[in-house]
Write a new protein. Structure first.
Length: 156
């Protein structure tokens, strides 16, 4: 029988990252809920804000979301008056997705949720600690092959 690890879970970086990730994800979802969106909607709208007019296929590839899921997401955002599909200018078989003015307002409100969550999570850290933590986490994410700015949970 293998010997049990006597180290408490709270002394394992992987456990703490998982615990904090779960905690943060739920708080983020809860913060977005009053706005009528979830993390996938937020991620899709953020990508479109940076690269408006992407095809649904391009959005799928950027976000790592299956095309059937993306169709549903765009349908939901379209029904809310946040995006619209138009004929793609370069590919007549595809549709491009564009943000509507209401999406910009919603994104500003969602960004306040993100900023508030981050401030609350890091309230005990000074500016130097925050900068160090950010740098270490960015390095850890890069080392593990994660795409900057794309949450891997969007595809699950």
């Amino acid at each position: 029988m293998p010997e049990a690890d006597p180290t408490p879970l709270s002394d394992h970086v992987a456990f703490l990252l998982g615990q904090l990730g779960f905690h943060t994800a739920y708080r983020f979802s809860d913060g977005l809920a009053p706005l009528g969106i979830g993390p996938r909607h937020f991620g899709t709208l953020r990508v479109l804000r940076e690269h408006d007019g992407q095809s649904q296929q391009q959005l799928c590839e950027t976000l790592g979301i299956h095309r059937n899921v993306m169709v549903g997401l765009v349908d939901e955002l379209e029904k809310r008056g946040l995006v619209e599909r138009r004929k793609h200018p370069a590919d007549r078989r595809a549709h491009a997705v564009y943000l509507l003015p209401a999406a910009h307002d919603l994104l500003a409100r969602a960004q306040r949720v993100v900023d508030g969550l981050e401030s609350d999570l890091l309230r005990e850290f000074d500016a130097a600690d925050r900068a160090t933590l950010l740098q270490l986490l960015q390095r850890l994410a890069a080392t593990n092959g994660l795409e900057p700015g794309i949450h891997p949970g969007l595809s699950r």
